[in-house]
Design a protein. Structure first.
Length: 212
C-alpha cells in the first residue's frame, strides 16, 4: 500500500511540476561544497558563498586545503554560521585529500555504503548531507530525506513525522527501484511541493497531492 502511494505521489508531482534539474553545481566538487554550506540556510546564500570562492579561483580541493580557516570563513560568510561551516568544509577537504588525493572521481569509485560510513565520520556531516553528496555529487542511488519529505509523508499518513531518518529512507529503498535519476528527481519534487504548497501552514486546495 505504502509503495503504491509513493509511486502515485511521484507521478502527480512530476506531472504538475515537471523535471527540476537538480542539483545546481558545475562539478561534483561544487555540489559537495554546496551540500555542506546549505545546512541551516537557503540556496541563494550558498550561491553567494560559492561565487566568492569562484571569483578568487579557490573552488578546488587543493586551494581550500591550504587556505587558513579564517580566510575560508570570510569567503563563505553569506552562507551563515560561517565559522562553523568553514571548519566543517575544511574537515571534508582534509578527508578528500587524505583518502582520495582531492579527487571526487576517485571517491566515486568507492562502494556506496562504505563511502557513507566514511562521510558520516567527518566532523559536521550528518545523514542528509552525506546522502546529498552521495546522490548528487557521486551519482550513488541513495534517497535523501529532508524536512520537506518528512512533512509531506507524515501529512499523508505514510510515516509518522517523528520516525527516524533511517526509517524514512528505508521506505524509499524498499518501495522504489534504486535509480539515481529517479531518486534525484523525486527529492527535488518534494522540495518544490514543500516550498509551494506543503508549508508550515499548508496550502492544500491547489496542491497536486490534495486528493491522496
Amino acid at each position: 500500500m505504502k509503495n503504491k502511494k509513493l509511486i502515485e505521489i511521484y507521478k502527480r508531482l512530476y506531472k504538475s511540476f515537471g523535471p527540476q534539474h537538480w542539483w545546481p553545481g558545475d562539478t561534483p566538487f561544487e555540489v559537495a561544497v554546496g551540500a555542506i554550506l546549505t545546512q541551516n540556510t537557503n540556496w541563494g546564500n550558498v550561491e553567494k558563498a560559492i561565487n566568492n570562492l569562484k571569483r578568487e579561483k579557490l573552488l578546488n580541493a587543493k586551494a581550500i586545503h591550504k587556505m587558513p580557516v579564517n580566510k575560508l570563513a570570510s569567503l563563505i560568510r553569506p552562507a551563515g554560521y560561517f565559522n562553523v561551516k568553514a571548519k566543517r568544509l575544511k574537515s571534508f577537504i582534509d578527508f578528500l585529500m587524505n583518502d582520495y588525493h582531492g579527487s571526487m572521481g576517485k571517491m566515486r569509485k568507492g562502494e556506496m555504503y562504505s563511502l557513507r560510513e566514511k562521510l558520516l565520520s567527518v566532523n559536521g556531516i550528518g545523514p542528509e548531507t552525506a546522502d546529498s553528496i552521495l546522490l548528487f555529487a557521486l551519482a550513488k542511488p541513495i534517497f535523501v530525506i529532508d524536512a520537506y519529505t518528512k512533512r509531506v509523508l507524515s501529512r499523508h499518513d505514510i510515516l509518522d513525522h517523528d520516525e527516524s531518518y533511517d526509517k524514512f529512507q528505508e521506505l524509499f529503498h524498499s518501495s522504489l527501484k534504486k535509480d539515481v535519476k529517479l531518486f534525484n528527481e523525486y527529492h527535488a519534487l518534494f522540495v518544490r511541493v514543500g516550498k509551494t504548497f506543503c508549508k508550515t501552514k499548508p496550502v492544500c486546495g491547489e496542491c497536486p497531492l490534495n486528493s491522496i
